[in-house]
Design a protein around this ligand. Structure first.
Ligand SMILES: *[C@@H]1O[C@H](CO)[C@@H](O)[C@H](O)[C@H]1NC(C)=O
Length: 215
């Protein structure tokens, strides 16, 4: 094939990818009409000449996370808030610590897929597919195992071993975002009206009020 035809092929392909969609948002929303200090899909760039190695690094992921809380787990996030050099790169990282029986409760990342590996212990992990199937895809992971949570799907982990568990996760956004289902539904500010939650979850209003008081 003539090189010019190959070149033209690439040109057509890259053009169609460029038109396929807007880049994925890196924030929950961006209301137009700001004063010019509000940034779209990323943070303002430093002068490249002033960039240092510290802009691309973080220290401390060897540290045990504090799991003394109601769910028995701790996420230590390493995203663009910790490493400014991640801006626009579409990746981030996290350490997860779990006490025995600790859980990372059902949550979603609105802007990222996640790939997780177990460094210590064993984890029961899972995610749920979208409506109408809502299929639970679940597995018990041992040290060295890797699992993927597709973007936006509700997922969780539980330490099913007898000792502390540790995992590392990489995410496909500099700012993946987290929506913890229980907190978003029962702990919103202000509350979602309890009659709505009672009907949605088919619960008595007293149960909803009790759940709302916990989050
Ligand atoms: C862990 O968190 C608990 C609850 O917030 C706190 O009381 C405790 O001092 C923390 N432990 C350490 C070692 O920071």
């Amino acid at each position: 094939m003539a090189p010019s035809i190959i070149f033209f092929g690439f040109l057509v392909l890259s053009f169609s990818f460029a038109l396929a969609s807007d880049p994925s948002p890196l924030q929950d929303f961006c209301v137009a009409g700001g004063d010019g200090n509000v940034l779209v899909n990323g943070l303002a760039c430093k002068d490249p000449k002033s960039v240092q190695a510290s802009d691309f690094s973080f220290s401390g992921l060897h540290m045990l996370g504090n799991t003394s809380n109601a769910v028995g787990s701790r996420v230590t996030a390493v995203n663009v808030a910790q490493i400014p050099g991640l801006n626009t790169l579409g990746i981030s990282f996290a350490r997860l610590d779990y006490a025995p029986s600790g859980i990372n409760p059902p949550h979603t990342h609105p802007r990222a897929s996640e790939i997780l590996t177990v460094l210590e212990g064993s984890l029961e992990v899972g995610f749920v597919t979208s409506n109408p199937e809502n299929r639970l895809i679940t597995k018990v992971l041992q040290k060295g195992d890797v699992f993927v949570f597709p973007v936006n799907l509700v997922h969780f982990q539980k330490n099913v071993g007898t000792r502390n568990a540790v995992a590392l996760a990489a995410l496909s956004s500099q700012n993946p975002g987290v929506i913890t289902i229980a907190n978003a539904v029962f702990g919103s500010n202000p509350d979602i009206p309890s009659d709505i939650l009672a009907k949605a979850f088919q619960l008595h209003k007293n149960v909803v009020n009790s759940l709302q008081s916990k989050f």
